[in-house]
Design a binder for this molecule. Sequence first.
Ligand code: COA
Length: 236
Amino acid sequence: MNGFKTVIYEKNENVAYVTLNRPEALNAFSIQMRDDLYEVFRAIKDDDEVRAVIVKGAGDKAFCAGADLTEFLTAPSAVKARQIRSRRNLWKLLLDIPQPLIAAMHGYVLGSGMEIAACCDIRIASEDAVFGLPEVGLGIIPGAGGTQTIPRIIGTARSLDMLLTNRWIKSDEAFQIGLVNRVVLKNELMKNAEETALKIASYNPDSVRLAKYAVIKGLDMSLQEGLELERRLSIK
Ligand code: COA
């Protein structure tokens, strides 16, 4: 599966690699990228050979510098641009992927870049990573799930600080607030992500999927309901 305009898809030893591939525009998230990612993740979801997925950005400067601003500026309005984007619910698809997703992030991780990362299960950053949510400053709000997914990771107050003030944070602060699981040297980012993916891929795939499912689904439940879900899954 390849030939996408904005995404590179590779698979090796039960690990899938999804590379956001518009380095000349800092991997800005365009409508074409939405369509490409939608196809890639739909295939991944049904591919039992894939046991872990690494999402990364091409080029030296960015994981993803947010929505493609040129598309927003040429659309009749930012809201219109959003309506076109929401015709395919990539974000719901990402959150429904049963295999673990690992974001390997370097450089700029802005707007929808942060939201893509927030849909992942494990976030690894290189030392040069910078995180920010510029949307409100542009007269819009996040539209890729960020108002819901990011507070679930770093809490309400920290999310609102980033969202309402457009304060960009570096990788050390991102680690302190739990936005990323770990920070590594830039030249060790892929090695670290790959080791993590291969370790997950070496485990029983059903156990991995059920553990992820229990945690993610349980977040939307009361403790009692979550415990009941775990009980049911543990005797499957
Ligand atoms: N959409 C479209 N193109 C983008 C982009 C985006 N979100 N972010 C960067 N690019 C393009 C630039 O226009 C530039 O293209 P050019 O070489 O044809 O002029 C290229 O990527 C490199 O970016 P540049 O701004 O020259 O790099 P920089 O190192 O000086 O600055 C940033 C990096 C991230 C600070 C700056 O690009 C920026 O602020 N980008 C917009 C971030 C943003 O607001 N995203 C939207 C979130 S909703």
